[in-house]
Design a protein around this ligand. Structure first.
Ligand code: ZN
Length: 454
């Protein structure tokens, strides 16, 4: 049993003072307010439920900053994807693990307790499976163990280059599986996950409606659909047009009509939705997986936030391409994308109230739902996914407790984070990950050999 003492804490019932929390087996066991710390307690300033980062492709972190160069006439999402294919022609398992460990460290230092790893790099560079089919899933899990982050592992079914079962291109061979081999891979990943801490989950991720087919999707849901199900849904107008031409409906419209979408589902980049799709998706109970920094970086467009919030839709945030891992930046980019479009302020709050608190609390609940974690609120029985921030930091010290989340989201950087627990594992202390030096040295080393090979 370990214990945390916080001068201020945001509980599901509101702000509490002088709170002592006991943690047992990774879960919040008891909460006592208006008390004093005891010897051995971890003492912090302000304690919040930590967010889950619901969408990551860890390996893409190593490409950050390499695709911000304009070539005449070719500056689109699709040229970004070309570089990504070139990059992964060389990645080996050790490098995949070293990059993922850095990414998970950065997430925890930014205040995320857990990650949904949307994992599509499965095979060797020539497309041949590794001797152990789930080798690279094992490497993702090893990085999660190294860092202590809570992992929801989402192996990706990627079978086609486009709607209509177009064969994979050379650059996509590392991703490819038919339904049978994919199910074997997921079985191996589920077996491996039994060696991880008990909060680890394994779900599935049909990559997109482009990369699977209606028949395959139905088969894989039947065989492996018992956990979280994530899918890229409507990121780019070109994707919407392709699905509409091939399947006869827009992506969100088609999915809601043809798959049993419910609270187990997370629709990543539900960016391009009509009003009717927005209402229907909110009613389905699925989580909208928003990745505002990546969506801005790739020029995807803004989410239909006001209508979705008015319909009480669930959402969470993810760092997707990991071009920048910052929880505060993710939340404020989400709000600012709405303000820039609507020429308005304080958009993403239903009715009236604190935008920061609305964004943070909803993203905490939606992210936990998407990753099948009992988290998102500080309440007994939940996983101890916790982040501590320093309310006396110059960025925050003028604010009342009820203004603190507005300060965090709009006026601070991630360095106000002092401590982070993933299911009770105290991985960030005094603002630094406990394995920081070792993980960064290993990342630098892995990148030296990768860059030499490019
Ligand atoms: Zn993605």
């Amino acid at each position: 049993m370990t214990a945390v003492f916080a001068q201020n804490a945001l509980l599901d019932t509101g702000w509490a003072r002088n709170l002592r929390m006991q943690i047992k087996d990774g879960r919040i066991s008891t909460l006592t307010q208006d008390t004093t710390p005891q010897a051995g307690d971890s003492c912090v300033d302000t304690l919040l439920p930590a967010l889950s980062n619901l969408h990551s492709h860890a390996f893409q972190r190593a490409m950050a900053g390499m695709t911000e160069y304009r070539l005449a006439g070719r500056d689109s999402f699709w040229t970004w994807r070309d570089l990504m294919y070139r990059f992964i022609a060389h990645l080996n398992p050790d490098q995949v693990q070293a990059i993922a460990a850095l990414v998970y460290l950065e997430m925890q230092e930014a205040g995320y307790a857990a990650v949904g790893e949307f994992h599509y790099l499965h095979h060797q560079p020539d497309g041949q499976p590794y001797d152990h089919l789930a080798e690279l899933s094992d490497r993702i899990m090893a990085a999660a163990v190294e860092t202590g982050i809570g992992l929801t592992h989402l192996p990706v079914l990627y079978s086609y280059a486009g709607v209509g079962e177009h064969p994979l291109e050379q650059g996509q061979k590392r991703f490819g599986n038919d339904v049978d081999r994919f199910c074997a891979l997921v079985d191996q990943a589920r077996a491996a996950a039994t060696n991880l801490p008990g909060d680890c989950r394994v779900g599935i991720a049909p990559h997109s409606l482009r990369a699977t087919s209606p028949r395959d999707l139905a088969e894989v849901l039947q065989a492996q659909g018992q956990g979280p199900i994530h899918i890229h849904i409507a990121e780019q107008p070109k994707e919407v047009a392709e699905v509409q031409a091939g399947l006869g409906a827009r992506p969100v419209e088609w999915l809601l009509a043809n798959a049993p979408v419910d609270a187990n589902w997370c629709l990543i980049h539900a960016t391009h939705m009509t009003g009717a799709e927005t209402q229907a998706m909110a009613r389905s109970g699925a989580v909208a997986g928003l990745c505002p920094v990546t969506e801005a970086n790739l020029g995807d467009g803004p989410f239909n936030g006001p209508a979705y919030l008015a319909a009480d839709g669930a959402f969470g945030v993810g760092s997707d391409s990991n071009v920048l891992i910052s929880l505060t930046e993710e939340l404020r980019t989400l709000e600012y994308s709405q303000r820039l479009r609507d020429l308005s302020r304080n958009v993403l709050v239903a009715g009236e109230g604190s935008v920061g608190q609305s964004l943070y609390s909803k993203a905490a609940l939606g992210g936990a739902q998407a990753l099948a974690r009992d988290a998102g609120q500080i309440t007994p029985g939940n996983l101890a996914d916790l982040v501590a921030i320093d309310s006396q930091h110059p960025s925050l010290c003028t604010l009342r407790p009820d203004q603190l989340l507005d300060g965090l989201v709009f006026a601070a950087k991630d360095h106000v984070v002092t401590d982070l627990w993933s299911a009770g594992r105290h991985q960030v202390q005094s603002g630094r990950h406990v394995q920081r030096d070792r993980i960064i040295a290993s990342y630098r080393n892995a990148m030296r050999t990768l860059l030499a090979a490019l």
